[in-house]
Design a protein around this ligand. Structure first.
Ligand SMILES: [Zn+2]
Length: 112
């Protein structure tokens, strides 16, 4: 394994650990520490030039870096607009919002 590859795999592992810790801390109510973990994870990913794993990409607030946990730090609303629907994510800590288009699937939308 080349040095760069090794560094990247270490970075990926750390990012994973930090995201997990961030979620753990957020669930325990320590949002400041949770944000710190996300910030560190993003910094490591940036330095190593790796992508944030897909499963975490939408799981943090782009403004305040808080982990987004439905009903705890995240409000999720579904807006129907004609043919398509949008899901609106809102960070409950800082008010940041983001809309994602969702394509209607054959199985339909699952509501939580
Ligand atoms: Zn936020």
């Amino acid at each position: 394994m080349s040095r760069e590859k090794l560094m990247k795999s270490i970075a990926r592992e750390r990012v994973e650990i930090l995201f997990n810790l961030a979620f753990e801390k957020a669930r325990a109510g320590d949002f400041n520490l949770a944000r710190r973990y996300i910030e560190i994870a993003l910094r490591i990913a940036g330095k190593a030039r790796i992508k944030i794993p897909r499963k975490y990409k939408r799981s943090y607030c782009r403004k305040c870096f808080a982990p987004l946990i439905p009903s705890l730090t995240l409000s999720v609303r579904i807006k129907s607009e004609g043919r398509g629907s949008r899901v609106v994510y809102r960070c409950l800590l800082c008010g940041w919002t983001r809309k994602y288009m969702i394509k209607a699937s054959k199985r339909g939308l699952r509501r939580e």
